[in-house]
Ligand binder design. Sequence first.
Ligand SMILES: Cc1cc2nc3c(=O)[nH]c(=O)nc-3n(C[C@H](O)[C@H](O)[C@H](O)COP(=O)(O)OP(=O)(O)OC[C@H]3O[C@@H](n4cnc5c(N)ncnc54)[C@H](O)[C@@H]3O)c2cc1C
Length: 413
Amino acid sequence: MPDTSPHSLAILGAGPVGLEAAALAVELGFDVHVFERGEVGDHVIAWGHVSMFTPWSMNVGPASARLLARDGWTAPPGDSCPTGLELVERVLQPLAASASLKSRVHTHSQVVHVSRHGVRKNDHSTAAQRHAHPFRMLVRDGGGRESVLHARALLDASGTFGQPNRAGTGGIPGRGESYLAPQMSYHPDDVRGLRRERHAGRTTLVIGGGASAATTVIALAELAREAPVTRAVWVTRRDTPGFTGETANDSLPARAALYAQGRALQQGASEAVRWQGGCEVEGIEYNSATHRYRAQLATAAGARVEEADQVIVNCGYGPDNAIYRELRVHECYETLAPMKLAAALQGAGTSDCVSIPAFGADQFANPEPDFYIVGAKSYGRSSDFLLRTGYMQVADVLARLAETAGLRAAQEA
Ligand SMILES: Cc1cc2nc3c(=O)[nH]c(=O)nc-3n(C[C@H](O)[C@H](O)[C@H](O)COP(=O)(O)OP(=O)(O)OC[C@H]3O[C@@H](n4cnc5c(N)ncnc54)[C@H](O)[C@@H]3O)c2cc1C
């Protein structure tokens, strides 16, 4: 059996939740290491130009704040909303560079697979028997070199942003979509900044009906004011203006404003935006002579075609469950989130993510002992995850792990 410290903890992903878990784990006395596929805060950097709808006070984890305060960090004004990039630059990067975490955060280290050393998923082993076998991780660096590392406990905080959903009807790629995917975009692009040249003075087809799509279309409408002839064609599956998850008297004013602006654009507030509701994407073609896309759509009124110079698909994200295929994880058949948490979320009786509790460590437990999925990934395909919830999750889960590892007792003694 590999020689593994009983307090070893591996965290997948150096996003806000993974780093909050690392900060707390250091406090509790774990021998923690964070493995990050790209740069620190990689996913948040990708949407760094977007203004967050939660204020600073909800975006910084308590253990992160304590650790940073030791280096003289002062919290930004609580009620203003940062951009994603500000969160990375003012919190995530300083955290990862702090004396406590510097040697523990490994960037360009993708965890490709996790399992248990010497025992397979389908071996007839009890949880206690499996517990005796440390986790085994296959880690790949930026140059493709692979190494094997072991740990006693594992937190998967690798998010969902790296796994965008496809546009096609039924959730599978539309005809031609897989071939064209590398040249289209699947994220809320910075259409007024980095990607301006691709969109200014052109027509962009935006597919999707959630907050990311609204963010993209609002930015395109603003671009149209600066660069005439810019146009957006916005197609959604929903056939009436509005958004799933929109609540009356939203406690987050910035989110309410985003939805209100999106709804106004659907109702014709800008000449530059044409909204087409009730559409299912059948297929997408690209004409390499005209450099234009043609999306074939099915609507209640019959088939329809939309043409555009660029396509942005913002149809949500889902978890990469291939990483833990060899572990025993009970997943929800609807959202792919860990089953107990998914059931608790469904039973919460509210779609307002601000009022959804963190639910406690029991709801995160899997048949696989000491393996927890936290952060945005713990919600599977559901999009209503908030950072604040993730910070509460890691507090609960680490308290449980510390207890199992005898660390809490050691701290309290
Ligand atoms: C556009 C947008 C705006 C949002 N705005 C808000 C907001 O205002 N307020 C709010 O509370 N929430 C918001 N969210 C939701 C959510 O809080 C964020 O998605 C947040 O980034 C989730 O944090 P996380 O740490 O769970 O995951 P992520 O930030 O997604 O971090 C996961 C990390 O894991 C890494 N990774 C992935 N796979 C691997 C692997 N195999 N091995 C190693 N590393 C890996 C990634 O590179 C990434 O750095 C927003 C989301 C989006 C997309």
